[in-house]
Design a protein around this ligand. Structure first.
Ligand SMILES: Cc1cc2nc3c(=O)[nH]c(=O)nc-3n(C[C@H](O)[C@H](O)[C@H](O)COP(=O)(O)OP(=O)(O)OC[C@H]3O[C@@H](n4cnc5c(N)ncnc54)[C@H](O)[C@@H]3O)c2cc1C
Length: 446
């Protein structure tokens, strides 16, 4: 019997550990932290919970055991993520980004880099160790991140440059949006993985690489961003002004392939974002169901006995179930294919995050006007759910473009996912839907 949705004892244990942490350690700080107007202070209010997550092996559970991590499979990771996201997806995002920063070091770093960085992450006595991953850039013209693989010359696409100067790289430019990067005090995470243009004479997918920027590097400053949702994770601007890092901090195997790193990272985080949407929708659905079983709204019976309420909540429950198992499938695929899943990760993230944003609002509709009262959590669920389609690679630009690029490739097998076949993601699948495709002659203008 190959298909069996019953969790193993180990998987149940991971789920239970995360649920216990989320309900007993995280939940008590969420309300106050979410309402804190200063975003850095809001993040700092979560520090004791983060330290506890670190101690329980949750903060770096996604890293391989060989380098001190928890060795969780991707299926186990999302079982844990659903529990944490049902309580607060911003806090969960902070943990996710530890993975986005350090898994590429595992994939592409040399042995010294793996031992140095992952070793430090997993052996910190204080339990505060935190990492950031910076790909996104500020809005404007050229600006933005959706066209990071546009073939136009620098400064289009990734604009932060890293010029080789002797034994160093010198970084200049700005990143915008990455979370964790400013660390607990706004002066830097322990380490940030930054996607940069190591060859400014090249454009698009050429000349991109990833470097490790350590806390305390001169010439790096941070400005925290005040966002409407996911307030418990700290989004930041990073400014690099002649910031000098040792040349050995270039993650060796990423040289010239920073674009593939971005796509692989967003593949890995696809089911994590998908399950985050499941977690938030689950919380909204359970709260709405409980409300509707408790209150009559002036009628002769509790609201759940109205047909519209029962139909809508039934539909919401079905969407949550379907999305959850799609996430399990996507995570399982990534486990089986060497942490690749560029196609299924994007499809999974887009599908779940858009379907379930609407479901959160449907829960609010059946509850009615009282869902707008901030005494209840519905407005927070809506704010959190509205972030999912636009973060972690926006669904419109970055995620759907990746799906399109794979589908449009000449040898794509439309049954690949059904047959659990490896879909090899290559540079030729990038660039799709950037205006310059016409100029490159790949597509004849009308
Ligand atoms: C809570 C949170 C956490 C985040 N964490 C991180 C992080 O840790 N690291 C990090 O690097 N970033 C992070 N981000 C940023 C996030 O990954 C964004 O998704 C990313 O910056 C891309 O934004 P965008 O897709 O809106 O791109 P933009 O370039 O701003 O695009 C804007 C819009 O333009 C349109 N568009 C532009 N070009 C195209 C095109 N070719 N095809 C189709 N549509 C197009 C789309 O409608 C797109 O949505 C975070 C953001 C949030 C809110």
């Amino acid at each position: 019997m190959a298909i069996d949705f019953t969790l193993s004892a180990d998987q149940k244990n991971v789920q239970q550990t995360a649920r216990d942490f989320a309900e007993n350690v995280l939940a008590p700080v969420v309300r106050e932290a979410d309402r804190e107007p200063d975003p850095l202070k809001a993040f700092q209010l979560t520090k004791p919970a983060y330290i506890e997550a670190y101690r329980r092996g949750i903060a770096f559970g996604m890293l391989p055991k060989e380098y001190g991590g928890g060795g969780l499979t991707n299926v186990e990771l999302i079982l844990a993520a659903e529990e944490i996201c049902a309580v607060d997806p911003g806090f969960a995002c902070t943990l996710l980004v530890n993975g986005l920063a350090l898994l590429p070091v595992w994939y592409w770093g040399n042995e010294e880099q793996k031992r140095r960085v992952m070793g430090a992450a997993t052996s910190d006595a204080s339990g505060e160790w935190i990492a950031g991953y910076a790909a996104s850039e500020p809005p404007g013209t050229p600006g933005g991140t959706a066209n990071f693989d546009s073939p136009a010359p620098h400064p289009v696409g990734i604009g932060v440059t890293a010029r080789r100067d002797g034994d160093s790289y010198v970084l200049n430019g700005r990143k915008y949006w990455p979370c964790n990067v400013g660390g607990w005090d706004g002066n830097g995470a322990n380490v940030n993985l930054v996607v940069v243009r190591t060859d400014p004479s090249k454009g698009g997918t050429e000349g991109l690489s990833a470097v490790l920027v350590e806390r305390g590097t001169p010439g790096v400053t941070y400005n925290i961003i005040d966002s409407f949702g996911h307030r418990l994770t700290p989004n930041s601007e990073i400014i690099f002004e002649d910031a000098r890092i040792p040349a050995e901090n270039l993650v060796e195997g990423t040289y010239g392939n920073g674009d593939l790193l971005i796509n692989r990272n967003f593949a890995w985080s696809g089911p994590v974002a998908g399950i985050a949407a499941v977690g938030v929708a689950r919380a909204a659905y359970e709260a709405a169901l409980s409300w509707c079983k408790t209150y009559t709204a002036g009628a002769a019976h509790p609201m759940i006995h109205f047909q519209n309420v029962g139909y809508v909540l039934g539909d919401v429950a079905a969407r949550i179930e379907a999305s959850r198992y799609f996430c399990w499938k996507a995570a399982h695929y990534i486990d089986q294919h060497g942490y690749h899943g560029e196609l299924i990760g994007a499809m999974n993230k887009v599908f779940c995050t858009e379907l379930l944003l609407d479901s959160v609002y449907k829960c609010m509709q059946v509850v009615g006007v009282n869902s707008a009262d901030r005494t209840h959590m519905f407005e927070k669920y809506l704010r959190e759910a509205a972030i999912f389609p636009i973060y972690d690679g926006g669904n419109f630009g970055m995620q759907r473009r990746r799906v399109h690029g794979v589908l449009a490739s000449p040898n794509f097998n439309p049954r690949a996912l059904m047959d659990n076949e490896f879909v090899h993601f290559v540079k030729d699948m990038e660039v799709v839907d950037t205006v310059q495709l016409i100029e490159r002659g790949h597509l004849a203008p009308a």
